[in-house]
Design a protein around this ligand. Structure first.
Ligand code: ATP
Ligand code: MG
Length: 445
């Protein structure tokens, strides 16, 4: 199997070869090129030592920040290319970072330290694919498998458990059986991994394919990284709207929303407050009064633990909070809905509702989906009309009221809010003359 390497990394390989060193592109780029996907970076490995690599590129800028791992970053045309000396890793006493890296002379040894067979291939423009661990076959069969003994590989670096889930979801590959068993067995090692690293992998996983079935099959791993999720497992809902326990419902809902991070995170967390809020009525039906608020609390805890940035956190919390809000069916309801959530939030919320319905009992789904379609039409119509749903869209400003003789001060704000209410309700059009005369009417009554 042959593929084209872009000119710059190809020239770097040639340069190293001319100086008598071996050099290959390696890892993710080889995998992606074989899958006919565009690699996002071309990493190079070589038997040249870092100082020798630097000496090969006297005409280029190099960044030496990765030097302790044997990586020299050579800059060309404003882009950095990582050139890493063949290495193995020493012992991993913290289950994450090797205590030392040891340079080796053989490509085969360098490939052996890599996590999965599909990530453990190298390529040379003349020599072709270097594949000692069955990576091409696993790629062709669509299987994610550790290089070497899975349990040992996860013991070395617990993060690989989440990398496995991320790659399985990115390529929609099943996880090979022994690799999967070792993931369950080693899940406890994730305790040692930094939150930022965990979140980075979780994000990559969530926007992948077939996420729902992985959430179910590897649920112990998700409870390990985010314990509140564990309460949802096997939690029966005792409610005619539901045919699944809370976790299965969650996994199904995740699968039914577009692979965008805020949406996927929302579906993952939206019902996490249910187990804490269940009450049973006299007919044995389960209710989850105010579970949205409890979900918000737990979601906030989990996103804080993951060191989520504020913008994403607030976006998700807003969606979780309102995931149960009835969808608007009329223009007035639509304006109020957009007032609460903003335009983008309202459109997101529509999809959150739809995904939620898709995870519920099928018998009432047609009715719920018709509701969704109607809400979508209502919101799109309002957006097209550039309807007013917040103070900034109101056709009257504080200045206009003052010009009409209203006295400046806090009551002005109250008047504006009442006018906005009237517009949202549909009792007054968003037109300046109508709004001013309404304000005067209130003033005189
Ligand atoms: P992506 O497209 O997500 O960047 P990638 O395969 O390039 O995927 P990187 O994290 O960029 O993944 O790592 C580059 C290569 O380094 C991997 O393909 C793999 O060979 C190796 N690697 C990275 N992290 C690990 C790890 N934790 N354990 C073992 N090998 C690893
Ligand atoms: Mg990469």
């Amino acid at each position: 199997m042959r593929f084209e390497i872009p000119a710059i990394p190809a020239a770097m390989i040639r340069r190293l070869n001319e100086h008598g060193y071996q050099a290959y592109v390696v890892g993710g780029c080889v995998r992606d090129a074989l899958l006919k996907r565009e690699p996002h970076d071309w990493d190079i490995c070589t038997n040249a030592k870092p100082e020798e690599v630097i000496a090969c590129f006297p005409d280029k800028n190099v960044a030496k920040t990765g030097l302790q791992h044997g990586t020299v970053m050579v800059i060309d045309a404003g882009e950095g290319y990582e050139i890493t000396t063949f290495r193995t890793d020493g012992a991993y006493s913290d289950h994450r970072h090797p205590d030392e890296v040891i340079f080796v002379s053989e490509l085969r040894e360098d490939l052996a330290r890599r996590d999965f067979t599909i990530n453990a291939m190298a390529y040379h423009p003349d020599e072709g694919i270097m594949d000692f661990y069955g990576g091409q076959q696993d790629l062709a069969n669509g299987v994610l498998r550790c290089v070497g003994v899975p349990e040992e590989r996860f013991q070395e670096d617990g993060l690989r458990i989440l990398r496995a889930l991320r790659f399985a979801a990115r390529f929609d590959f099943p996880i090979e059986e022994e690799t999967g068993k070792a993931m369950h067995k080693c899940a406890y090692l994730l305790e040692h991994i930094a939150a930022e690293r965990i979140f980075a992998e979780l994000k990559g996983f969530l926007v992948g394919k077939g996420v729902g079935k992985l959430l179910i099959e590897y649920r112990d791993i998700f409870a390990q990284i985010l314990p509140p999720l564990g309460k949802m497992f096997d939690f029966e809902q005792h409610n005619p709207h539901h045919c699944y326990d809370v976790w299965r419902h969650t996994a199904t809902a995740v699968d039914h929303i577009a692979p965008e991070l805020p949406l996927r995170l929302t579906m993952l967390f939206h019902d996490c407050g249910k187990p804490d809020t269940i009450s049973m009525d006299e007919n044995g039906v389960g209710h989850f009064h105010r579970h949205g608020a409890r979900s918000v609390e737990l979601t906030e805890q989990m996103l804080t633990q993951l060191r989520c940035d504020n913008k994403l956190r607030d976006q998700v919390l807003l969606q979780v909070k309102y995931h149960d809000l009835p969808l608007p069916q009329t223009a007035s309801e639509g304006r109020k809905f957009m007032n609460k959530m903003g335009e983008e939030g309202a459109l997101f919320s529509l999809e959150v509702h739809r995904a939620d319905y898709m995870g519920q009992a099928p018998d009432r789904r047609p009715e719920k989906l018709a509701h969704y379609e109607q809400a979508k039409a209502v919101l799109n119509q309002l957006i097209e009309e550039e309807a007013c749903f917040s103070l900034k869209d109101l056709a009257v400003k504080g200045r206009d009221l003052i010009d009409q003789g209203f006295r400046p001060g806090p009551p002005l704000g109250q008047i504006l809010n009442r006018l906005l209410e009237a517009v949202l309700d549909g009792t007054c059009p968003n037109e300046q003359a109508a709004l001013l005369s309404l304000a005067k009417e209130w003033e005189n009554s």
